[in-house]
Design a binder for this molecule. Sequence first.
Ligand SMILES: [Zn+2]
Length: 488
Amino acid sequence: MLSHETNTFSNVRTDRAQFEARDLRYGGEIVEAYRGTGTCLGGMIRAAERLGATLVPSVAAAASPAGRVTREIYEHVKQRMLADLAAAGRLDGVLLDLHGAMVPEGIDDGEGDIVKAVRQTVGPDVPIAVTLDFHGNLGQDMVAHADLLHGYKTYPHVDMAERGVEATERLVQVIDHRIRPTAAWRKPPLLPPLGNQGTARGPMRRLYDLADRMEKDPKVISVSIFAGFPYADIPDAGLGIYVVTDDDRPLAERLASELERVAWEHRHEFVHSALPVKDAVARALAAPGRPIVLADMADNTGGGAAGDGTEILRELLRVGARGATVACIWDAAAVQSCVKAGVGSRVTLEIGGKVDDRHGAPLRVTGTVRTLSDGRFVHRGPMMTGLPGRLGPTAVLDVDDVKVILITHRWQTLDPEMIRFVGIDPLSEKILVVKSTIHYRAAFEPIAREIIEVDAPGLSSSNLARFDFRRIRRPIFPLDPDLAYEAV
Ligand SMILES: [Zn+2]
């Protein structure tokens, strides 16, 4: 596994320390860490053990989405992978758990570079199956050098383990010469922002309903529709369609074209709008019941935003809101100030807004240190179920009953457990601010009385006009709204 979603607008370099904070492990330890988890690796391990396949684990590396991956850590992981492949002797096949939107320094298409290098190492006859994130920016080298690509079919991503199982089962079928993968792919000029990429409803649901029907044909091995990651400012950014059949090229091409036509026809459904901060907070305060979730969509660390945005918190304090929790703000220095002061102390701090000027200014607050924690929790929601999370030293600062969860390691608020583990009951709060675009919905929709999407500033904003794109393909929708395109 080498997994990173790179937001090229971020000035936070993704270096070795960022991987160490999340995951960087080698060899057999990988199997022990991931067995039974709701992840691609968890699914691969489960399927391999069931099928009696012997796994030769190499490396598992993942970091929270941020800026470009440093060349040092990228080359380290890649070379480790290639060295292990060369040392493994005769292999029947290769399983890779990649993202699809990783941009190392000096390389636009990280996954294409990896898959190509793996292909060169194992030769043309060893099949390669790859799981990719729903946000992968599909590119030529991934398609050309892998036998099978399996993209997640859900956003929130609740099918990672299922895709790991599928990739492993299909790889074994290729090894046994029971299927011959034949792929077709399309890249219409479409750059969907994250806001309407969710698969519960909207255009991606429409496309996956169609894909699900296509997959009922026994000649179809799998269909992946990548919504793409628009904040990687590279030529391949955007929606991608990948259809793989069992040795039937005309069928693959026909289905890929049909999906492309439907995606293009419904392109306007991808355009997203959210409420300005003031309106959103006012609406939350006036709404009946609890909890009301304010989704800080543009400051989603899972999309490479800083995670230290302050604008919704600023407004909550300005209007004197009570019974609110902000989960979470990434500010290691503020955590350390709270640790130094100790639980129960009054402190005055500048919090957030420190990474760049794209997430609001630092906010000066006076509050009481309510809780301190080592930041360890276990995911209990439908995503990454059972996987331990590490937020690093964590503090809850209570500012007149607006509780701010301050964390040391960046992590998206995708699980109410991230609120519970510091002693706050999410159900008894009036307002929960969660820094997430879509993922929070898997676990928060069932408990939220109402969800309000907020248009605060940040590097995962669904308002693409806020970004200074330089390297993406143009023209592209919706940046070039009048673009005429004929799907082929
Ligand atoms: Zn994703």
